[in-house]
Design a protein around this ligand. Structure first.
Ligand SMILES: Nc1ncnc2c1ncn2[C@@H]1O[C@H](COP(=O)(O)OP(=O)(O)OP(=O)(O)O)[C@@H](O)[C@H]1O
Length: 660
């Protein structure tokens, strides 16, 4: 039995299986290909009603080759399963998936019922667009398409427009106004916009719309179980991947475009099954994707759209080798053939330089200054000695309680440096009457013990026990973090103690207060952390505890606060004046942190300079000493020997077990 994979696979397989077949056959149980724009149409005898009569461009990127719309797809015109010919071209209407078996679950339903019940409805209608009105926007690059003011000006298609309305998005945010037309014109893009300003939709809409109107690509000859997604969205954490997946599912509901997510820390088998059911857009974390590629379960050969969310993080030391492997060393089409979009709220210039390897003739877009925080967030910094931090936090929480700012409508997110610190603070808060939960990078101590037990079984070659054990434990590890997040979102535990794993991208409504109990060592991490509040036009509060251990952050913090029109305490200004800038000043700065935007405008770039990297532009191994040292420091930070060993061993174990 052949298992169906992506829509593209289905097209090719269907062609092979149905040659000469002009009509749907009830007896033929094999699924037939339905192109995305037709998948939601009820069977119909209507004649084709294309929206465009122009020939389809061979490069079917949106906006290229004349017509915006792909012409009717001749390659499947004779295939069965179109409802007697159906409509070709144009956009799909409503209705379930026209696939006869795989029902599309309504993502607007009560999949997040707890949250929906816990909070009042109008999340997005309350967006304060005035807050964004005077935000400076910079674009650079050749022939930048003009921005739009409304969604109606952008022809995204009926089904997607309906989903935008279902999401209660009334008008585009500034990054959407600029980025969507650029992406729809088929251009590569490096976009920097403040936290909570709607970047997810800015890259999802053009991808979904592009796939909906694209041609059906021919499946390459590969193993029957290999799937060929058309778009790849990479993000650094599983929580963020899951969130992007949820959002993308809403945006693509009843468009016929199928979105699948794959992330590490969860059993791979379910994800393999999801992939086998078909995938147009794959949302993934890099590690799990590399695994899938090495198993030849995913091929990137047909990727037309590549989006990197939190792109600077993805190209930072932790992920860069994996990203290079995925983008440059597998079968992904090169820049210029695929369309590449990079998004983040922060984009250090040295990372911009690295990122430019992945782009072709790209447009740089900065909404607000690169790396700035939004002034919707009130930032406070308090001098708190290490030993006083807990009592100070308690004072803050008591004050919140006294002011009635607590509970489900006002969640508090507390960032600490280590996993151990997170567990211990959570325990202490609970003991003191503040229900808290925790989320951090790896497994809890408790789960580590299970992992060791598993390996004892494994080393003893208890092959019958170890797979069972991993089958039980692996989902538990995964569920633990998910449950913590859910419990926080619903307000069951209105305080979440987190490490940097929760710093980026997570969109949790009602986070009213972010406390940097331990300040991070990098100002960009601070920007992302505080960005968990003050999202989508809402205001928020961020409090940081500062002491002698954070002097290297003083200058960057004071600059950032000043730029966001925040009150900078006199003592912080004094610390800032004394500090050397340290690791928070970007190497090769030339004008300071906020001086540069598009790095191509730097004189050093135009001279072909190598002020950041000794190895030049295309050499990922060529970091200069200062940056390399910084990367090494960040890598070692948070490493807890036992856990790292465990994680590696579990990876190997799962690998061996799956191959057995
Ligand atoms: N046009 C819009 N109208 C109303 N709400 C919107 C609009 N676009 C996005 N949102 C909402 O704004 C919130 C923030 O969006 P999103 O998570 O995409 O921000 P982001 O820029 O990616 O943030 P971060 O930098 O933290 O990742 C989400 O709840 C999203 O649903």
């Amino acid at each position: 039995m052949t298992t169906r994979t992506s829509w593209a696979d289905m097209a090719a397989n269907s062609a092979a299986e149905n040659v000469g077949s002009g009509s749907s056959s009830a007896s033929n149980s094999k699924p037939v290909y339905v192109p995305p724009h037709l998948r939601n149409r009820p069977p119909s005898a209507d004649p084709p009603a294309p929206t465009s009569t122009g020939p389809a461009s061979s490069n079917d990127r949106p906006g290229q080759g004349g017509s915006r719309w792909a012409a009717p797809r001749n390659d499947y015109g004779n295939r069965s399963g179109y409802g007697g010919g159906g409509r070709l071209g144009g956009w799909g209407g409503r209705g379930g998936w026209d696939r006869g078996r795989d029902r599309e679950v309504n993502p607007f339903g009560n999949d997040d019922a707890d949250t929906e019940q816990a909070f009042s409805e109008q999340e997005n209608t309350a967006i304060n667009f005035d807050a964004y009105e005077d935000i400076p926007v910079e674009t650079s690059g050749d022939n930048v398409p003009p921005p739009v003011s409304t969604f109606a000006e952008i022809d995204l298609g009926d089904a997607l427009n309906l989903n935008i309305r279902r999401c209660k998005y009334v008008k585009p945010t500034p990054v959407q106004r600029h980025a969507i037309p650029i992406a729809l014109a088929g251009r590569d893009l490096m976009a920097c916009a403040q936290t909570g300003s709607g970047k997810t939709a800015a890259f999802c809409f053009p991808i979904i719309s592009g796939i909906m109107r694209g041609q059906v690509p021919q499946k390459p000859l590969r193993g029957a179980r290999t799937v060929f997604p058309l778009a790849l969205i990479l993000s650094p954490t599983r929580e963020l991947s899951m969130q992007i997946h949820e959002e993308a599912r809403k945006f693509s509901y009843q468009t016929g475009v199928k979105v699948v997510v794959a992330y590490g820390g969860a059993p791979i088998n379910q994800q393999l099954r999801d992939l086998e059911r078909g995938v147009d857009i794959l949302v993934a974390t890099p590690g799990r994707l590399v695994d899938l590629l090495e198993r030849a379960r995913v091929s990137l050969q047909m990727i037309r759209y590549l989006a990197l969310d939190e792109a600077d993080r993805m190209l930072d030391m932790g992920f860069e080798p994996q990203i290079r492997k995925i983008v440059e060393q597998m079968d992904m089409p090169p820049p210029g053939v695929r369309q590449t979009m990079l998004f983040s709220a922060t984009f250090p210039r040295e990372i911009q330089r690295l990122a430019s390897d992945f782009l072709a003739n790209y447009i740089f877009l900065a909404v607000g200054r690169v790396g700035s925080s939004t002034d919707l967030i009130v930032q406070r910094v308090e001098f708190v000695h290490e030993s006083d931090k807990r009592s100070h936090l308690m004072d803050l929480l008591h004050a919140q309680r006294a002011n009635g700012v607590q509970g489900k409508q006002a969640l508090t997110l507390v960032f600490v440096e280590t996993k151990k610190g997170a567990d211990s603070l959570e325990h202490w808060l609970c003991m003191n009457g503040f229900p808290a939960t925790t989320i951090h990078g790896d497994r809890s101590q408790q789960v580590n013990i299970h992992i060791f037990i598993f390996f004892l079984y494994f080393l003893m070659d208890e092959v019958t026990v170890s797979p069972v054990y991993i089958a039980v434990i692996s989902p538990l590890m995964h569920i633990e973090r998910e449950q913590a997040l859910r419990s926080f979102k619903t307000g069951a535990t209105p305080i979440l103690v987190a490490t940097d794993v929760a710093a980026r991208g997570l969109d949790i409504p009602h986070v009213a207060h972010v406390v940097n109990f331990d300040l991070p060592n990098d100002i960009d991490d601070y920007v992302h952390r505080i960005g968990r509040t003050g999202r989508a036009g809402k205001t928020g509060l961020a409090t940081a505890f500062f002491n002698e251990n954070n002097t290297n952050m003083a200058k960057a913090l004071a600059d950032l606060m000043q730029e966001a029109n925040q009150e900078v305490p006199a003592w912080l200004t004094r610390y800032a004046a004394r500090s050397f800038g340290g690791r928070n000043r970007r190497p090769g700065g030339g004008g300071g942190r906020f001086g540069g935007r598009d790095f191509r405008r730097d004189s050093s770039y135009n001279r072909g300079g190598s002020d950041y990297y000794s190895g030049g532009n295309n050499n990922s191994g060529g970091y200069g000493g200062g940056y390399g040292a910084n990367l090494a420091r960040r890598f070692l930070q948070g490493v807890e020997g036992v856990e790292v060993v465990c994680i590696v061993l579990v990876g190997i174990g799962e690998e061996i077990l799956t191959k057995k």
